[in-house]
Design a protein around this ligand. Structure first.
Ligand code: GRF
Length: 217
């Protein structure tokens, strides 16, 4: 092995670590509540990691806010309880978050996972689960916050982007970083092709980051 290859593999493991399951096994299963607005592939990745014994957790409930969210179908297929809370039915964000808190508590949730949750959070939710809300974002934060992170990375001409799992605080796409994975941008990438490769990394690191965050507490 050349010196270069040692450096390369060390660098890769720092940027995109892969933690083996026995590095974060907890004795009691983590009780997760997952919030999703759309496709739910990250919900699926968490469910899969639990199924294969990589993550010691159980999904207490999936809460979704769009009636046609595919995440709800995924939950039904896996026998996970799914609850629709449509934000359009609430007078303001605080009232909506109040109902979210009530539902999450009703399902005895300890950790809240935002897996493609396209709503701004208020202190009502954040204060109910202090340092126990985790978000996945498709960029290497603090670069490219907000909803068009993949497009922003392409427009900026950066050569590497990726995804970030972090603890949630009031400021959007901020809060202590738990894990990141890097994804190179290819010359012919479109937002769709790049997002697809970023999602592969999201699915890999999100379950690992959940376990890591729980272990650190
Ligand atoms: C992901 O790219 C995530 O980073 C972002 O929203 C997307 C959700 O994808 N916050 P999915 O619904 O889990 O497939």
């Amino acid at each position: 092995m050349s010196d270069n290859s040692i450096t390369d593999s060390a660098t890769t493991s720092l940027i995109s670590p892969n933690i083996s399951s026995n590095q974060f096994t907890s004795t009691t299963p983590l009780k997760l509540g997952i919030l999703a607005s759309g496709n739910g592939s990250n919900f699926e990745a968490i469910a899969q990691a639990i199924e294969i014994g990589q993550l010691n957790a159980q999904i207490q409930v999936l809460i979704y806010n769009n009636p046609d969210a595919k995440a709800a179908i995924r939950a039904a297929n896996r026998g996970v309880e799914a609850v629709l809370l449509n934000h359009r039915d609430y007078k303001n964000r605080e009232k909506f978050d109040g109902q979210l808190v009530q539902s999450l508590q009703q399902y005895d949730v300890e950790w809240v996972i935002l897996a493609g949750w396209m709503r701004l959070l208020t202190p009502v939710l954040i204060d109910a689960f202090p340092e126990r809300i985790i978000n996945i974002h498709p960029s290497l934060l603090p670069s490219f916050k907000g909803i068009h992170a993949v497009e922003q990375a392409l427009a900026a001409g950066v050569k590497i982007t990726g995804c970030t799992v972090h603890l949630v605080c009031l400021e959007v796409d901020s809060g202590p970083i738990i894990m990141q994975a890097a994804v190179p941008i290819l010359a012919d990438d479109t937002a769709d092709t790049l997002h697809a490769r970023i999602q592969l990394e999201e699915h890999r690191i999100l379950p690992q980051a959940i376990a890591l965050a729980a272990q650190r507490r």
